[in-house]
Design a protein. Structure first.
Length: 301
């Protein structure tokens, strides 16, 4: 996996390099202009950028990338807890953001979710990890957080069957799928609480193994349904867990600091789609996204 890491603090760049150099192909940049130049000459799987950068700040850097047609997913780091910054970067397609100071293991957990993987669909079907039925629009998944990237790749491949889907649509949908499908696996089927997750990461334990061991002790599955038409795509994700109280998720506008601990995935999803609805139990979520081409026409009218 090729990662561009951008931060003006040399100590943080060195720390990132030492922590991830053996696991990923890492390139470093110290300011926005250098990062832009590197991005225009190379292809990356993920960009991680500080917001406060010299010459060209993180927001401007990302805006220029998008204006040039570069749709690389990015994750931002900021020392400013202003919720408006988070909203702005999410609307630009950020996969997540971290507030300084942060733990490298927590960052690693997020990066691993977006690690590229070549999927062997035959192997996934033969192993029983994916079962497809009902006219190819309903899918049953074996809950494994380590297979999340493969599952997302499979689902987005189905969405690509629509002639209306664009690269911009897929980026937004991927972001939402990563969050909501991960929630269904780790918090739904595995029943991991936010406190348990935090404790596991702080202890530098293998969180993915922790989740998958929990899932292995159950006979539960995760179900995904894709519904596409000329207007947009609807995705329904249901797990066989106990659900949760949706009304207790903090409002990110009223209480941003609480939302960073609990429910940030739902907040992130809302920034990338048109609507999201949970059932009363909290174990099924339905979201809808209008195709970019349709949304663009509506804005012009």
């Amino acid at each position: 996996m090729k990662i561009l890491f951008v931060d003006d603090e040399e100590t943080i760049r060195e720390l990132f390099w030492e922590y991830f150099k053996d696991e990923f192909n890492v390139t470093l940049a110290s300011d926005g202009m250098e990062a832009l130049s590197i991005s225009n000459q190379n292809t990356f799987d993920l960009i991680i950028s500080d917001i406060s950068l010299p010459k060209l700040n993180g927001i401007q850097f990302i805006q220029k990338l998008r204006a040039d047609g570069n749709q690389t997913p990015f994750l931002v780091i900021t020392g400013d807890s202003d919720i408006q910054i988070a909203i702005d970067v999410f609307r630009m397609g950020a996969v997540d953001f971290f507030l300084k100071p942060f733990r490298m293991e927590a960052l690693r957990s997020r990066i691993k979710k977006f690690e590229n993987a070549d999927i062997d669909l035959t192997l996934l079907f033969n192993s029983g990890e994916i079962t497809q039925f009902s006219g190819d629009c309903k899918i049953k998944l074996k809950p494994q957080i380590k297979k999340l990237t493969s599952y997302i790749a499979f689902l987005t491949k189905q969405i690509l069957n629509s002639p209306h889907a664009t690269p911009e649509d897929l980026i937004s949908i991927k972001i939402v799928l990563y969050e909501l499908l991960a929630n269904a696996i780790e918090h739904g089927v595995a029943g991991v609480s936010y406190v348990e997750k935090q404790e596991c990461l702080e202890a530098n334990q293998d969180y993915f193994k922790f989740v998958d061991d929990r899932c292995a002790d159950t006979n539960s599955s995760v179900f995904v349904e894709l519904l596409m038409d000329d207007v947009g795509v609807t995705v329904v994700i249901r797990d066989e867990g106990n659900g949760f109280a949706v009304t207790k998720i903090p409002n990110p506008i009223e209480n941003p600091s609480a939302n960073l601990v609990s429910g940030r995935g739902i907040f992130l999803a809302k920034m990338n789609i048109d609507s999201i609805v949970y059932n009363e139990k909290g174990n099924e979520v339905r979201f809808f996204k209008t195709w970019n081409r349709i949304a663009g026409k509506n804005l012009q009218n």
